[in-house]
Design a protein. Structure first.
Length: 121
């Protein structure tokens, strides 16, 4: 959902999935925010009163719009099946990389050998 001047303000934080293109190769994406759940009258905001922080996205190649890229990143924030949360703030690929780095840091044997990172997902 691209933020425009026509969007109505309400008492909630910004909508999850809102993005603002900054320059031709950067944009801000809110992976946190208010979500309209089916059957609910009011939007649900998981973080309660906290202010959502956007992710700064940078494009290396390609001239496509931000809509598809933002939708794909939002999908990756919902892929952690080990939790009952509605979504995470970071995409699962980044969380997985952070967890893998922690494991390798504490294991001398893993640090000496090269592995395909997909084996750890």
């Amino acid at each position: 959902m691209r933020i425009t001047s026509k969007d109505k303000a309400d008492n909630n934080a910004c909508r999850r999935g809102s993005y603002i293109p900054l320059e031709n190769k950067t944009a801000l994406l809110w992976t946190q925010g208010a979500v309209q759940l089916p059957g609910q009258q009011w939007p649900y905001y998981k973080e309660k009163r906290a202010i959502p922080n956007p992710l700064l996205l940078k494009k290396s190649i390609g001239n496509t719009g931000w809509s598809d890229s933002c939708q794909n990143i939002l999908r990756l924030t919902k892929m952690n099946w080990n939790t009952e949360k509605l979504y995470n703030t970071m995409p699962v690929t980044i969380k997985c990389a952070q967890r893998l780095a922690e494991v390798i840091k504490h294991s001398e044997e893993l640090a000496k050998t090269e592995y395909d990172y997909t084996l750890f997902m």
